[in-house]
Design a protein around this ligand. Structure first.
Ligand code: ZN
Length: 384
């Protein structure tokens, strides 16, 4: 099936990727976008090294007299664990922050514990009431939208801001790498506080009490008043995920959970069942494409891997149904129903667009991520 689709000549993105286009050499716009970012940030070059050193100095300066000078969000995965190691190596004093959506696997919890104790880093954890967490997940499933994990991503952002505010810290380090993960296509995976609130209000059965909701006002407060900055150090340095993984295993007895997102059962469900079966989307092309672009896997091998169905953990679907209280019939009904898009529900999107000039200034001063400004503050082509 894949061979009939047009595929980028450099990576393995194909026509099914939203807003994809190809140049005269058959190279896709996403490959070009990554090259541009690499140049802009000086990724892995002297320019990048100098830029990140300057940021580290700023963080140290700002953190004088404080217990911690930066926040690192942790999940137990490779990127965030390695980010923590680097922060310590650079002489920073990080506070690790974890948002527990109560679907973590034992591996993730153990990984966090091992790395933190070896690096002597304190942990700030926020645990949501598990019934409430399940009620939000359930609502998103019933709403037929792809962003079933949006509540987790937004909650982690809010909890990191809260921890930063509590300890007067003004820097949040994010373990994101566009080299190893690529950039999510514009128009995909939209989320904000209003989106979560409106879907939960429509489909939820419980009140929202313990969920750390980032409302519009809170978002403005964190970025404009608290002036908490987000930094992505991997955008500047030469970050090699495979080497990072080996290092973590050797140094800390950290465990790799395989490429199947087994660190969290909801993440595993999203990637191996929900997106492929309901949305005809298989996100493995992000990491596989990254491996190909970085010369770690041949295109042929990656395409072969991608044509196989994703690995589904035994009992995962049963676990999902049982926890979220769906009968087989209800589950099958939702899975076969037509998908909906985020723009069919209320969001803050229009407000973000209206305030575009403000967010431009905030993005240029790193008070909101540039990716937020580019993705959220411009009108979007619908469809796909
Ligand atoms: Zn490409």
């Amino acid at each position: 099936m894949i061979t009939e689709l047009r595929v980028c000549s450099k990576c393995i993105y194909d026509e099914r990727v939203p807003y994809i286009s190809f140049d005269e050499n058959g190279i896709c716009n996403y490959c070009h976008q990554l090259e541009k970012l690499k140049e802009e940030y000086g990724t892995g070059s002297e320019k990048g090294e100098e830029a990140i050193e300057k940021i580290i100095e700023e963080i140290k300066e700002d953190g004088k007299g404080k217990k911690y000078d930066c926040i690192v969000g942790v999940s137990g995965g490779t990127d965030s664990s390695y980010m923590l190691y680097l922060a310590k190596k650079w002489g920073l004093r990080p506070l690790a922050v974890h948002y527990d959506n109560t679907w973590n696997s034992a591996i993730a919890t153990e990984n966090i514990r091992k790395v933190l104790s070896a690096l002597d880093v304190d942990l700030y954890t926020y645990v949501i009431d598990n019934k409430e967490s399940d009620d939000i997940f359930r609502s998103f499933f019933l709403a037929d939208v792809a962003e079933i994990e949006a509540s987790t991503d937004l909650a982690l952002a809010e909890v990191m801001y809260r921890a930063a505010w509590k300890y007067k810290v003004r820097y949040v380090l994010e373990g994101h790498s566009f080299i190893t993960e690529g950039i999510t296509p514009v128009g995909r995976n939209y989320f904000d506080g209003k989106y979560i609130q409106s879907i939960h209000k429509q489909y939820g059965r419980l009140p929202m009490r313990t969920y750390p909701l980032m409302t519009f006002n809170r978002f403005l407060f964190w970025s404009m008043f608290a002036r908490i900055r987000k930094v992505r150090p991997f955008w500047y340095i030469n970050y090699n995920k495979e080497e990072a993984r080996e290092f973590l295993e050797k140094e800390y007895g950290w465990k790799y959970y395989g490429g199947h997102h087994l660190e969290n059962r909801m993440t595993a469900f999203l990637h191996s069942v929900y997106l492929p079966n309901k949305f005809n989307t298989d996100m493995r092309n992000n990491t596989l494409s990254a491996l190909v672009r970085n010369g770690k896997m041949s295109r042929h091998e990656a395409l072969k891997e991608y044509s196989k169905p994703p690995h589904v953990e035994k009992d995962l679907v049963e676990y999902f149904k049982k926890r979220l209280e769906f009968t087989d019939k209800e589950y099958d009904e939702v899975m076969s129903r037509k998908p909906k898009s985020w723009y069919e529900y209320p969001t803050y999107k229009k407000r973000f667009e209206l305030l575009r000039p403000l967010f431009k200034i905030l993005a240029e001063t790193n008070l909101v991520p540039m990716s937020f400004y580019l993705k959220y503050c411009f009108p979007m082509k619908k469809g796909k």
